[in-house]
Design a protein around this ligand. Structure first.
Ligand SMILES: [Fe+2]
Length: 267
């Protein structure tokens, strides 16, 4: 049955992969992404398991993006489906099952120079709190877990959640701190988060201006002030892949390469 499915997938995959006209948008000033990515880069934030959150919808989309990331030189993708109460309440089991299916499809398509693994991106809500207590968590790697908060404000019980994270023995990595604009004029709050044990993961798309100029400038500020521990693509779709492939201006590209090397701890 799987053989039949993957054959069908192969046919559609090769017929319907989008063309690469996106490259025509490549700015002459920008250094292309494949030149920026350090050898053996491990991406720790993306939404590449099909139809499980707001990321890719089909296995074709997932396979296409992963093949493009493979060509860029990325060696491992630890993808991170959303876990958000009442929105995408994915369980560890559903994520693991999807991962296994996608891994088998990649083998059948001979996309084997990139490793696909999975953690999750946990919204720090009541569902996450319950999962922590039940010890039902998918870490990114060893004891690292990826967590996010609403872009409207932090959870009111943030300290309580952090207590449970630590009690369970995890190290929290806060996804895209540059997107939490409510902290921009109060970096002391970021200092407190760092002192309490959070590590910070920057979205590469933020530096490209994908989320707007305000977030781009906050991202640059956090890089320059040395707040960023890790990087991730947070890629959901073809459009974001195209933006990433466009690359970055030389000045910021150098800083990004240096930051991306920090992800080697996940190898
Ligand atoms: Fe994400």
């Amino acid at each position: 049955m799987l053989l039949l499915n993957t054959n069908i997938i192969s046919i559609f995959y090769f017929k319907f992969t989008p063309n690469k006209t996106i490259l025509s948008f490549l700015s002459k000033k920008d250094i292309p992404f494949y030149e920026i990515v350090p050898k053996g880069y491990i991406d720790i934030h993306s939404h590449l398991l099909p139809d499980i959150d707001d990321g890719v919808k089909t296995v074709y989309q997932s396979a296409y993006i992963l093949e493009e990331l493979e060509k860029i030189g990325i060696k491992k993708v630890i993808t991170t489906p959303h876990v958000i109460q009442d929105v995408w309440s994915n369980s560890s089991q559903t994520i693991s099952t999807k991962l296994k299916e996608m891994q088998e499809i990649l083998i059948s398509l001979r996309i084997t120079n990139i490793e696909l693994l999975s953690g999750a991106e946990y919204m720090m809500d009541d569902l996450f709190y319950d999962r922590l207590k039940q010890n039902d968590i998918l870490p990114l790697y060893e004891n690292y877990i990826l967590v996010e908060m609403s872009t409207f404000g932090p959870p009111i019980n943030l300290n309580e959640i952090l207590f449970e994270i630590k009690l369970a023995g995890y190290t929290p990595i806060l996804a895209h701190p540059e997107r939490y604009s409510f902290y921009e004029d109060d970096l002391k709050k970021f200092d407190e988060l760092k002192e309490s044990g959070f590590l910070f993961q920057l979205n590469l798309l933020s530096v490209s201006g994908y989320y707007g100029e305000k977030i781009k400038s906050f991202a640059k500020k956090l890089i320059d002030l040395d707040y960023i521990d890790f990087t991730g693509s947070d890629i959901h779709n073809y459009h974001q892949l195209g933006i990433l492939q466009q690359g970055f201006p030389p000045k910021i590209a150098k800083k990004i390469t240096a930051l991306m090397k920090k992800n080697s701890v996940f190898s």
